[in-house]
Design a protein around this ligand. Structure first.
Ligand code: SF4
Length: 533
């Protein structure tokens, strides 16, 4: 008989349930956690889109977010004992939090649901995003309420908790903003000793040789190969960090940790093509070495990437080609990664992100984007790109330029996600975020242009990706039904907005919320019943 071995731990690290999912190997589906609850039934969402990671017998998570793993490693390196620290599965907190527990450390990307992707979805659809709901569920968990450990929150969304009232209302003791590795040891020690904790702790830059090697596997095998960016876009958090690259032997140790848990490596950097770059100058040999060594590591079958920059693609097309050859990309075996287009307007590029187009000039930007997409598709890369609506200083002619850029991208297999501008990074406190109230018919036209582009490509991308990634035929078929249904409904509403409202999306949403527009046929739940049980 299976007997689980549970015990409580002095330090419990975790992350909310939406971060503790591998999204079926499609990391970009993590975007779905930004969608408000209620668009599809919860049971369907958490079973199909966002299934939980596995848990070990002791309640620990088999894989966890990279940030949580870094903090775990930093605490162990600081001197905490292995038996006192656990990276817990969020659905097993009652098993690992007890009288002995002194600190609960939580990793969060978007604790209040006000990040760019979440804001875009919740402004349009209303409601609250899963990520914020699941974060609060941890804070209000019965075991947390009962044993009252000190609560320390860190991660990419920690900036949202800077305000003292917000922290007090949520019952958070400390938020760590920025890199946590150097500060968490003394901070957790204070918490364990019952000393007063500061409300906000700012992390310190960790030199590349001091970044700890993770001890456990990460979500989708994510391995950090570089930290920071250096291109200097004024709205962005990573640009505030100093640019550093991790040495190959460090990276290979983390490949090994992930392979032991059956995870293939996915290399994370803000721009993978600038691994070991000198400033913005690409170091081709270093990037080739990185991919060769990781690909040739015993047990590695495939290598993924998280992000790349379009300007780097255009300045080093031969490097893109070489990587494709190292990874044996061909046919349906393509490489996907996120990248930023942000705008089609050279004027907006000039105001906010001159560094993003370097070594080219803002005037070249639309052509750079088109050329990059051409190179990427030719070499079997599928970009998942973002756009930002409502950057400060944006005028209607800037939106028109972005619309015409999206038209030029139509022939290229890609996904383009338009997001609302959120005041953060260097612009935090200097300007206000873009909301539904600021949305003009031109913005709506741009949003529809992007989603029509995506719908044209989604069928192919989904078929190719699911064919090689989802083993279960039932899940594959169910996902296809949901995706096709979603596309059909969205096309219908875009058509109504275009023809009956002249792209006045604000007015249409108002009518929708007051019940003046009838909601379409419900999702054919009947067909999905076997997987919802
Ligand atoms: S290029 Fe991307 S990661 Fe770098 S600063 Fe600009 S938006 Fe941030």
């Amino acid at each position: 008989m299976f007997v689980a071995r549970y015990m409580d731990y002095t330090i419990v690290l975790t992350a909310d349930r939406t971060l503790m999912s591998e999204y079926g190997g499609a990391i970009f589906l993590g975007f779905s956690a930004c969608v408000p609850r209620g668009l599809i039934p919860d049971s369907l969402y958490f079973r199909i889109f966002c299934p939980p990671v596995e848990a070990n017998e002791d309640g620990s998570a088999v894989v966890a977010p990279n940030g949580t793993r870094k903090i775990e490693a930093a605490l162990l390196d600081y001197g905490f004992r292995r038996e006192d620290v656990i990276v817990a599965h969020p659905e097993y907190l009652d098993k690992v939090i007890g009288p002995k527990t002194r600190v609960l450390g939580i990793t969060e990307n978007d604790p209040l649901g006000i990040g760019p992707a979440t804001t875009t979805f919740t402004e349009i659809f209303g409601g609250e995003a899963y990520m914020a709901i699941k974060f609060r569920e941890i804070l209000n968990h019965p075991a947390v309420k009962r044993y009252k450990p000190k609560i320390i929150v860190g991660g990419a969304g920690a900036w949202q908790l800077r305000d003292e009232d917000v922290r007090r209302n949520l019952g958070i003791d400390t938020v760590v903003i920025g890199e946590g590795e150097k500060v968490v040891g003394p901070l957790f020690e204070k918490a364990i000793n019952g000393e007063d904790l500061p409300g906000v702790v700012y992390g310190e830059v960790v030199e590349e040789d001091k970044i700890p090697v993770i001890r456990g596997a990460t979500i989708d095998g994510i391995i950090e190969v570089a930290r920071g960016c250096g291109r200097g876009c004024d709205f962005c958090e990573p640009t505030l960090q100093r640019f550093r690259c991790l040495p190959i032997d460090h990276i290979l140790k983390e490949v090994e940790v992930n392979l032991r848990a059956g995870r293939q490596p996915l290399l994370h950097a803000e721009d993978i093509l600038r691994y070991k770059a000198r400033g913005l100058e690409i170091n081709k040999q270093a990037v080739i070495d990185l991919f060769r060594k990781v690909k040739n590591y015993p047990g590695v079958k495939s290598v993924g990437i998280s992000h790349f920059a379009l300007a780097s693609v255009v300045s080093a097309p031969d490097l893109v080609e070489e990587i494709s050859s190292i990874l044996n990309l061909s046919g349906v075996n393509w490489l996907s990664g996120q990248t930023g287009i942000e705008t089609g307007s050279p004027r907006i590029m000039d105001i906010h992100m001159r560094g993003k187009c370097k070594p080219y000039s803002p005037n070249d930007w639309p052509d750079i984007v088109v050329r990059a997409f051409e190179i990427l598709n030719k070499n079997n890369w599928v970009p998942c790109a973002t756009l930002i609506l409502g950057l400060p200083g944006e005028e209607e002619k800037d939106v028109e330029l972005t619309i015409s850029l999206i038209s030029r991208l139509r022939p290229f297999k890609s996904i383009i996600v338009p997001l609302f501008f959120v005041s953060m990074g260097g612009l935090k406190d200097k300007t206000k975020s873009f909301t539904l109230n600021d949305l003009t018919p031109k913005h709506a036209e741009l949003i529809f242009k992007c989603w029509k582009h995506n719908f044209e490509w989604m069928g192919t991308i989904f078929d190719e990706w699911s064919g090689r990634s989802i083993r279960s035929r039932v899940i594959r078929k169910s996902l296809k039904i949901i995706v096709s249904y979603g596309i059909k409904q969205a096309m219908k509403y875009m058509d109504i907005c275009e023809k009956e409202y002249g792209y006045d999306l604000k007015a249409m949403i108002k009518d929708f919320r007051s019940g003046n527009i009838k909601v379409g046929e419900p999702l054919p739940i009947r067909i999905l019943k076997p997987i919802m049980r």
